[in-house]
Design a protein around this ligand. Structure first.
Ligand code: PLP
Length: 380
């Protein structure tokens, strides 16, 4: 199988699976318990929290473990608003993941005023619009760092500078799911940042939220008071160990991993260009994230191609969300102004350091044959 759906999820690294196995079999204690093995386990989880904080350039006390980025995003948005009495204005973008976008839509239904920023034709958020929308009554801005469908990268530093200048009271949340580990580790310029373990070879059901200390934050689940009282629930020790081990491996190898993904992307793109009637959606190859390539094979429905390829052991995706709830339309590509023919035939390829350049030749060969067959079939 050639697996090219790494933005949906990744295969846990072998070291991760091994560490989780040991945790499940031997180290299954509740880290909140008082006996020695549980206390040792808790110490280990705190060590991983420190590593996570180092990778983000923040302090460990500002990192909350969660069940994944859907929770982190919900928590960041709702947890910072449930402490405020006045309903401030909210700003987000038209291309956010549903775990951000739909939260804003539900808040809008509850009477909040929400501005949805446009993107340009490469998928980058219009920061000129952000600048215009910022004012003294904005309470929250949420912008993703890397788009999960196109790989477009937003200039978070610039956005933060604008927010600090024009709306210093506003909280700036960044969905960093597709950026974390794939972009150089650097001190975060935002007030809240979401990540998800299964996107970087840890496992599903674990993630984290950075919340800058001093930000008014009401937290999430109420219960036993775990995570400093901000997110109750028995600590997911295997998940946290998985995330820590995956991060460790990424930190040791990041340059090589990023280079490998970029090589795969360039190679596949070069091969696909030979097919004819293929258009690429999103930023230029050089400008986009190293691990995401979105291409339309005109005249072939994306879903049909996805299914035909999966029969031939090539795993890809058509992109995640549907537009303003209209079936068949892609909200992200729509926002970029992509024409309907290209939207319907779009396929997202996403890479991991475990892919090889040889796979890109084999995948392209199969894609070329499959597309030719499907186009032929359509003509009949
Ligand atoms: N945000 C982005 C940009 C994503 O790509 C995803 C997953 O597809 C999520 C959030 C949700 O992450 P999780 O699967 O951890 O809930």
């Amino acid at each position: 199988m050639i697996y090219l759906d790494n933005s949906a999820t990744t295969r846990p690294f072998d070291e991760v699976a091994e560490a989780v196995n040991i945790c499940l079999r031997e180290n299954y204690f509740n880290p909140s318990s008082a006996y020695t093995p549980a206390v040792e386990l808790e110490r280990k989880l705190e060590h991983y929290r420190t590593l996570l904080a180092q990778a983000m350039g923040v302090s460990p006390g500002e990192v909350i473990y969660t069940s994944g980025a859907t929770e982190s995003n919900n928590l960041a948005i709702l947890g910072t608003q449930n402490v405020k009495r006045a309903k401030g204005q909210l700003i987000t973008t038209k291309v956010e993941h549903p775990s951000v976008y739909e939260v804003f839509r539900s808040m809008q239904e509850r009477g909040y005023e929400v501005t949805y920023l446009d993107v340009d034709n490469t998928g980058k958020v219009r920061l000129d619009q952000l600048e215009q929308a910022l004012n003294a009554s904005v309470s929250l801005v949420s912008i993703m760092q890397v788009n999960n469908e196109t790989g477009a990268i937003n200039d978070i530093n610039h956005a933060y500078a604008l927010i600090r200048r024009r709306a210093p009271q506003a909280i700036f949340h960044v969905d960093g799911v597709q950026a974390f580990c794939k972009m150089p580790f650097a001190r975060l310029s935002c007030d809240a940042y979401s990540i998800s373990g299964h996107k970087f070879h840890a496992m599903k059901g674990v993630g984290a939220l950075y919340i800058r200390s001093g930000v008014p934050f009401g937290g999430g689940f109420i219960g036993g008071g775990q995570e400093n009282g901000l997110r109750s629930g028995t600590t997911n020790a295997p998940g946290i160990i998985a995330m820590g081990e995956a991060l460790n491996k990424y930190r040791r190898n990041q340059a090589a991993y990023v280079e490998r993904m970029r090589q795969c992307k360039y190679k596949l793109a070069a091969n696909l260009k030979q097919i004819g009637d293929v258009v690429f959606n999103g930023p230029s190859l050089e400008e986009g994230a190293p691990h995401i390539l979105n291409a339309s094979f005109l005249g072939v429905r994306g879903e049909t191609l996805l299914n035909a390829l999966s029969q031939r052991n090539i795993i890809v995706s058509t992109g995640s969300a549907c537009s303003a709830h209209k079936k068949g339309k892609n909200r992200v590509l729509c926002a970029m102004g992509t024409d309907e023919a290209a939207q319907e035939s779009a396929i997202r390829f996403s890479f991991s350091p475990e892919n090889t350049v040889q796979e890109m030749d084999a995948a392209a060969q199969t894609i070329q044959e499959t597309v030719a067959q499907l186009r032929q079939y359509k003509k009949r």
